[in-house]
Design a protein around this ligand. Sequence first.
Ligand SMILES: Nc1nc2c(ncn2[C@@H]2O[C@H](COP(=O)(O)OP(=O)(O)O)[C@@H](O)[C@H]2O)c(=O)[nH]1
Ligand SMILES: [Mg+2]
Length: 452
Amino acid sequence: MFDTLTESFKSAIGKIRFHDDEKALKKALIELKKSLLKSDVHHKVVKDLIANVEKDVKAVGVGKDAFLNSISRRLVDILTAEGNQGFVFASKPPTVVLMTGLQGSGKTTTTGKLALMLKEQKKKKVLIAAADLQRLAAVEQLRQITEQIEVDLVADENLTPEQIVKEALKRAEDGLYDVLLIDTAGRLAIDDELMDELFRVKGVANPDEIFYVADAMTGIDAVRTASTFKEKIGITGVVLSKFDADSKGGVALGVAHQVGVPLRFIGSGEKMPDLESFIPDRIVSRLMGAGDLESLMEKTAAVIDEKSAKKITKKIKKGQFNFNDFLDQMEQMKKLGSMKSLISMIPGMSSVAKQIGDLDLENSKEVKQIKAMISSMTKKERENPDLLNNTRKRRIAAGAGLDQMQVNRVLKQFKNAAKMAKKMSGKGGMKQMQDMMKQMQGGGGVPPGLMK
Ligand SMILES: Nc1nc2c(ncn2[C@@H]2O[C@H](COP(=O)(O)OP(=O)(O)O)[C@@H](O)[C@H]2O)c(=O)[nH]1
Ligand SMILES: [Mg+2]
């Protein structure tokens, strides 16, 4: 996601020593400029950033800290536009959000993701209205999504978009919903018909926010169409979808500056949990390699309930973590979404995230094998795999479509992992982990202000 950009900043910062001369600054800035342009950051944004950083640093004397502080501050400026950050609730519920964008940009998916985020992380009651009646399949798609995330839907193929919105507003009021998200129709390109329809829907909905969902892969076009929507119907936020598919990531740095509207969320995958708030100072912290613990906490706290986390920790400490616990943990992990983006939020881990690629827990071959194996075991065996004798192992292997060697290997790995976890969770283990984290943070030379 932001790996390439993070690397660019890290490498430029690495070029300057604690105290240095203007020649070194010049060199670092030239390199930074080149790599930002290569990452698709808009040339005007790059030019401004470089000029401002040069001015800032020269004013206080060239050195690593001055350089880093100036880049951080100037980046936050660039990413900030007038308007709300993250999701902001109206003073009087329901908060009404109109989701707009071109066809295929990711509106419907993002509507579902946003609903799930509000429901899980903010514990809000969310209603979705299906006001895209251009394609029959659109309503069906939204039905499937809302069923999956267990959020209520207002849909009726026989009504007009305005009628649906009226109906949804009434339901939202009567049912004491906190948020109403309205999914609208898109077109392949911006045309009058689309704008007219949106205008009418907007008139009825009187929304608190109008989000424009843009496909990150369309690069410059995403910015251009967002500007047109801003002009014609007045958007209050941009969402960049499919950011996971855009390896360069530079578009995100230009949106606020170029469109004049804050970038509010980014889509980081096809699944429902794959949505992240785009909060400027948190993103800058990530770009500087300092991670984003705040967002990580929000994401995990919503999914992992504290009681079961404590229970698991206790079991791990005693070396009693078994296959039943493993299945439970896998289910919880699934709710967290993309592993790669989670790992990149941990301070110092951005380069690790880059290396692991995207680990897909549900579809990985290994995980599927283990799950098949576990499902062939009895409850007792899951709790205590030592009960398994050779005959049982052979049966389980047959039941899971594996050979006995594979079963033995998994059992051994599991035993080792449990042993390791027990060790790490002891007193010395925790200290080892902390020392490791400290070392990683120290290496980046991150200013304390960024470590929130
Ligand atoms: N990889 C990835 N795919 C996405 C993301 N958001 C949407 N998509 C995919 O983009 C396609 C179009 O999305 P959809 O929500 O139907 O677009 P709409 O026409 O604007 O409603 C679907 O195949 C989605 O799965 C994202 O953040 N990452
Ligand atoms: Mg749609």
